[in-house]
Design a protein around this ligand. Structure first.
Ligand code: GRF
Length: 210
């Protein structure tokens, strides 16, 4: 059984999608904890409602980034995860944490990386006049929103879209690709060579929601 820890900061809809898929699809895996850096994260309610271990490591309780990182690492470490899933986790992780979990740390980002790393991705995609937007699941490396791409989903940008409508369309795609990527990982179906991720049985690593 692979042990999964999910880190959230808010709503946790991607966490919920992963938890539900893990139950429904009978992966050889178990979500052993959901950890939030924000006590008010509503995703914690869902986690608790389905009987998951839910914890808070409040970043505001620590003097600096290093102290928070240490506390987070020790809380995550107690669960001995095989995989750490960042699902709308809005803190930049320290290099030590990233290195410790290298190759078993996934993130989802609401753009077609390497386009638009960082914040306000939908607004920036709209301002740039993009006709296609999307989301990316990738292994986390020290550089923010970089790292080997596991799967990407593309959606159209429609006339009249605003940030909210585009974000909602992308979020639906996120809920498809994140469980897919986590399922592949826990079933040992991913191979990373020279920064390129390949599904060992050749599953398509792209989705189009046109
Ligand atoms: C998602 O769009 C995710 O890609 C981004 O933050 C949002 C989190 O949503 N990093 P949720 O908390 O999973 O509902």
């Amino acid at each position: 059984m692979k042990r999964i820890v999910i880190l959230i900061s808010g709503r946790g809809s991607n966490m919920e999608a992963v938890v539900r898929a893990c139950d429904a699809q009978g992966w050889p895996a178990q979500v052993v904890a959901v950890i939030s850096n924000r006590p008010q994260a509503s995703g914690l309610d869902f986690a608790r409602s389905v009987g998951l271990q839910a914890e808070v490591v409040d970043h505001r309780a620590f003097a600096d980034r290093a102290a928070f990182d240490e506390a987070l690492a020790s809380t995550v470490g107690r669960y001995q995860p095989d995989l750490v899933v960042l699902a709308g986790f809005m803190r930049i992780l320290g290099e030590g944490f990233v290195q410790h979990y290298a190759g078993r740390l996934l993130n989802i980002h609401p753009s077609l990386l390497p386009a638009f790393p960082g914040l306000n991705t939908h607004q920036r995609a709209l301002q740039a006049g993009c006709k296609i937007a999307g989301a990316t699941v990738h292994f986390v490396t020290a550089e923010l929103d970089h790292g080997p791409v596991v799967v990407q989903a593309a959606v159209p940008v429609l006339t009249g879209d605003d940030e909210a409508s585009l974000a909602a369309r992308v979020l639906q795609a996120e809920h498809q690709i994140y469980p897919k990527a986590v399922g592949w990982f826990v079933q040992g179906q991913l191979e990373v060579r020279q920064g390129v991720v390949r599904h060992t049985a050749g599953e398509p690593q792209h989705l189009w929601f046109g």
